[in-house]
Design a protein around this ligand. Structure first.
Ligand SMILES: [Zn+2]
Length: 147
């Protein structure tokens, strides 16, 4: 299978599951706390599960306590938003800028420096950890929003 992807190195790694299709194509929402990516702490990149576009880096991931993988910033050009007035609420719907697959929503209650919370469905994300030749000697990272 060949992928028409100008940025290189992307493309989906596996066919979508029924649950992923329901979120990405049907604007569904996974159960909070159901995604293994909630606890994912490794460094790496989060790609669109549908088309492989780079959406987030692990450097902007934080623990929001919402039960969904949360980020305070998206990669430039990776995530697009539009106003969503469904369900009697006004929200910012977030979707893949490339394939328009539904990812989640963006809320204005995130941590600095952006103040944004990209509340994502883990099933819409494909996490690809960085190569880590020697994890044990890496220094503890500064900062964080663990409160
Ligand atoms: Zn996509």
């Amino acid at each position: 299978m060949t992928q028409n992807c100008s940025s290189g190195g992307c493309g989906p790694r596996a066919p979508l599951t029924a649950e992923q299709e329901q979120i990405l194509l049907g604007h569904g929402t996974e159960y909070p706390g159901s995604s293994p990516l909630n606890a994912e702490k490794r460094e790496g990149a989060y790609h669109c599960a549908a088309c492989g576009t780079l959406l987030f880096r692990s450097t902007t991931k934080y623990e929001s306590g919402s039960g969904w993988p949360s980020f305070w910033a998206a990669e430039p050009g990776g995530v697009a938003t539009r106003r969503d007035t469904s369900h009697g609420m006004v929200r910012e719907e977030a979707h893949c800028a490339e394939c328009e697959g539904h990812l989640g929503h963006v809320f204005p209650d995130g941590p600095p420096p952006t103040g944004l919370r990209y509340c994502m469905n883990g099933l819409a994300l494909d996490f690809r950890p960085d190569e880590q030749p020697n994890v044990a000697t890496r220094p503890v990272e500064q900062g964080g929003w663990s409160a």
